[in-house]
Design a protein around this ligand. Structure first.
Ligand code: ADP
Ligand code: MG
Length: 418
């Protein structure tokens, strides 16, 4: 595949433009306790119900690293085929914010726990691209300021303060909004398979800072703008499209792009300026004197690697090799762990897996998922069990019933159970 496909280029008034996109994804680590305290990470508690003295930054409190958060970051690094750094350090990123009582965020700056890796991203047309991962580091989340609870005051909820985040930084390898959406979708799938982040974007557990620039094909990278905190995959696509068009407009009018931070307004579908580079913070990063460097052994990393689940790419390759599925069908099945598990349960119940595996995939995708989608139902609520679907597919496979009769049978089972 060529680097610059004409279909991905944007037409401007003066010729073609190419988008260059890199994403910084913030993924909340799945763990019971926060990164440096024992307070609960449960969502939806009463305001300030999950706040320890450490999270409230009482004087003299000391952070203690949560080993499970470290393990989750390493698992994620392994899932991204990335280099695990056996030595990493924590720094203070200093800034004032009402919902950041420490006056700094503990983050990893110069030495992150995970280095370079890559993600294979499947596109709709059956093509795939590789997006490089620059790094993954651990950091604390901030609390939340509430401006709509009181007529004259803003309130602060620290439940989220100190919860562990993984910041996953991509290389600027993405060239269209479709690729960006597919990248985040794939990253989310990998995290969910690994069990290291639930990927719930509605709760803000996965959100992205989107860096966008444009250039003439073949030219060096242009100046980028960073759109902060976009919290849905659809919005990521919309923000990129709008922002690339805006930059092209500025450049074609003879202007220059200033590096700046922007916000996406989901109601208007626009991005707007938040702060320019000149007003950008100087965070005065320095090593946190309360935390020793984090040192891991290769044995520890190897043990975590040995216990990783089968990941979507491996599963997809296995479905294609063993049952002759098309890459597209295999992608659909592995897109959610629950879908893959259901298909595997059907395979397990088939009498002749080699003969009927591919047919079973068609039935799972088209008949079952199609029907569940139509009814707005989850797989877990399917009235047709994996064993029942396997029985129907087996009857077609051995030639006892036709596809048409099988559909009637499916209908009966769907409505009345087995
Ligand atoms: P910083 O640390 O200042 O935020 P980085 O170099 O780490 O900057 O890049 C942050 C993000 O911006 C990365 O995801 C990277 O891929 C992306 N990026 C860097 N340069 C460009 C560019 N010219 N256009 C689009 N994205 C870019
Ligand atoms: Mg950045």
């Amino acid at each position: 595949m060529t680097q610059t496909q004409t279909s991905k280029l944007l037409k401007g008034a003066t010729g073609d433009w190419e988008m260059v996109i890199g994403l910084e994804v913030h993924a909340q680590v799945t763990s019971n306790a926060k990164l440096f305290s024992g307070a609960s990470t449960a969502f939806g508690g009463d305001p300030n119900a999950h706040v320890s003295l450490v999270d409230a930054a009482m004087p003299g409190m000391l952070p203690v690293i949560n080993a499970e958060c470290v393990a989750q970051a390493v698992r994620t690094g392994l899932g991204l085929k990335a280099r695990i750094n056996l030595r990493s350090t924590f720094d203070r990123k200093n800034y004032f914010y009402p919902d950041l009582p420490q006056g700094y965020q503990i983050s990893q700056y110069k030495s992150p726990i995970v280095g370079e890796g890559e993600v294979t991203v499947d596109l709709r047309d059956g093509d795939s691209i590789t997006v490089g991962i620059e790094r993954l580091h651990l950091e604390q989340d901030a609390g939340k300021s509430l401006h709509d609870q009181h007529p004259t005051m803003s309130l602060v909820d620290l439940n989220r303060s100190g919860v562990a985040l993984m910041e996953i930084v991509s290389k600027p390898d993405i060239r269209s909004s479709e690729e960006a959406r597919a990248y985040v979708t794939k990253l989310r799938t990998i995290l969910r398979y690994l069990g290291t982040c639930d990927g719930d974007m509605e709760k803000g557990n996965l959100r992205a800072d989107v860096n966008v620039s444009v250039r003439r094909p073949g030219e060096p990278f242009g100046t980028r703008c960073e759109i902060k905190n976009v919290n849905s995959i659809r919005f990521i696509g919309q923000a990129i499209e709008y922002e690339a068009r805006r930059q092209i407009g500025v450049l074609e009018d003879g202007g220059v792009i200033e590096q700046e931070t922007r916000l996406f307004d989901a109601v208007k579908g626009e991005t707007r300026s938040m702060r320019s580079k000149e007003e950008a913070h100087d965070y005065r990063y320095f090593p946190d004197p309360d935390l020793l460097p984090l040192e891991l052994t290769q044995d520890y990393v190897d043990d975590l690697a040995a216990a990783l689940p089968e990941l979507p790419d491996q599963k997809k390759a296995r479905f294609i090799a063993d049952f002759g599925l098309t890459p597209y069908d295999a992608s659909v099945l592995v897109g959610e762990r629950e879908s893959a598990d259901f298909y595997e349960a059907v395979l397990g119940a088939l009498e002749d897996r080699a003969r009927d595996g591919k047919l079973a995939a068609n039935w799972v995708i088209n008949e079952l998922f199609g029907r569940l989608n139509k009814e707005g139902m989850e797989i877990a609520a399917s009235p047709v069990s994996a064993a029942q679907l396997a029985a129907i597919v087996g009857l077609i496979g051995e030639g006892t019933i036709s596809g048409k009769i099988a559909k009637d049978l499916f209908e009966i089972v769907w409505n009345e159970g087995g």
